[in-house]
Design a protein around this ligand. Structure first.
Ligand SMILES: Cc1cc2nc3c(=O)[nH]c(=O)nc-3n(C[C@H](O)[C@H](O)[C@H](O)COP(=O)(O)O)c2cc1C
Length: 241
């Protein structure tokens, strides 16, 4: 047994011998919010998204949707999708907790958007400022072809009004969990993606989760280094035909 995945899994098992050794370096706890201070900020609107769909129906209806109509996604709905996937939901002990669980509440995942067809927004690349529930406009332009090519030429991504790109800032979790952090980071993003998938159905939208992409092509597109922060998952969202 020497394949890297097998070695990783075995080497990152907890056992009674090793667990609990070492203490946390509170002076070097990484920031859990990322900001782009020089970019234009778009405040996201409050959302009023009452729907009659029951939780049972949500679970029955969710499926991967890979074909989208040309109907623009409303900004209010995008605001809800961002909040539902990874927004701040409550404050306890003075700490901001979010809609999806996260190991140690360390929140390693960042959200970027490729906006193709959302009302009130220019086409381009945006970053979700979680703390302020706003968008930071990083790059203007039409990137629908680039994102599809970077995702192994999955052209349905070009049709989607919005593509969510989730990256991880690894040190946020490694600060506490060391190498085991990678397990938790991928679990965290799964929670976020599932929240998004169910929130999309709630709004009568469809989504598809995408794990196949040329990592560094996506990293270059959104301007992250691929080492300290790297893309780990995508989702497209839109109205289906
Ligand atoms: C981790 C992960 C990666 C996936 N990657 C892709 C992908 O790259 N392209 C795609 O079209 N679907 C992708 N999917 C969607 C699966 O193909 C889909 O969930 C599966 O076929 C079950 O169908 P359903 O979602 O409609 O129930 C991915 C799903 C998961 C959970």
């Amino acid at each position: 047994m020497k394949d890297i995945g097998d070695v990783y899994f075995q080497e990152t098992k907890y056992d009674r011998e090793s667990l609990g050794k070492g203490s946390l370096d509170w002076n070097n706890k990484p920031e859990i919010y990322k900001y782009y201070t020089d970019s234009k900020v778009i405040k996201l609107p409050d959302f009023n998204v009452e729907s009659n769909i029951s939780f049972l129906e949500l679970l029955k209806k969710r499926k991967s949707i890979r074909s989208y109509s040309s109907k623009p996604l409303e900004l209010e709905k995008l605001s809800f999708l961002l909040w539902a996937s990874t927004g701040i939901q409550r404050i306890e002990y003075g700490y901001e907790f979010r809609t999806a669980p996260s190991a140690g509440a360390l929140y390693p995942i960042e959200t970027y958007l490729i906006i193709n067809n959302v009302s009130e927004l220019d086409q381009g690349i945006y970053h979700y400022n979680i703390e302020k529930h706003s968008l930071e406009f990083l790059k203007k332009g039409n990137f629908k072809r680039e994102i599809a090519l970077a995702a192994l030429h999955q052209y349905f991504l070009s049709e989607a009004p919005v593509v969510f790109i989730w990256s991880a800032i690894f040190q946020r979790s490694k600060w506490k969990y060391k190498e085991r952090a990678y397990r938790y980071i991928f679990i965290d993003v799964g929670h976020i993606a599932q929240n998004l998938a169910l929130a999309a159905v709630y709004l009568n939208l469809g989504s598809c989760q995408v794990g196949a992409f040329f990592d560094d092509e996506v990293n270059n597109l959104i301007g992250i280094d691929g080492i300290n922060e790297s893309v780990i998952y995508l989702s497209s969202v839109g109205y289906s035909y």
